[in-house]
Ligand binder design. Structure first.
Ligand SMILES: [Zn+2]
Length: 124
């Protein structure tokens, strides 16, 4: 895929592979995982989120995964709505199924680790 057709953050960062996102678990009490722009100096920072819940049997249920409107709108105006939604759907799928380390999430939730540190929960 060419650069022109790639997903881009409004800050200018091209995101051709979902692995580039920073995936962090800062809002533990809200059961929400943030999808951040790879660029530390990005003015938007948060591009999307994944919301989940933990069932009684300790299994994880996905509630919602989506990208925020400014990010979606920006890309729609560049490469069209259809292409954007198709690409971002692929990104979300990869994030949820491959990149998020759900075992780590469960561990964080049960161990009550300090809330203050930056918690990258993507698989390395
Ligand atoms: Zn950005």
């Amino acid at each position: 895929m060419s650069i022109e057709e790639s997903i881009q953050c409004p800050c200018g960062t091209i995101i051709s592979d979902p692995k580039q996102y920073k995936i962090v678990f800062l809002r533990r009490e809200a059961f929400e995982i943030d999808i951040l722009c790879p660029n530390d100096l990005c003015y938007l920072k948060e591009l999307g989120y994944v919301k989940f819940k933990v069932n009684d049997d300790n299994s994880i249920k996905l509630i919602k995964a989506e990208f925020n409107t400014p990010f979606v709108t920006w890309n729609s105006s560049r490469i069209g709505y259809e292409k954007t939604s198709e690409e971002l759907k692929k990104h979300l799928k990869k994030i949820v199924l491959e990149l998020i380390d759900w075992d780590k999430i469960k561990w964080y939730l049960t161990e009550k680790v300090s809330e203050t540190k930056f918690e990258d929960i993507s698989k390395k």
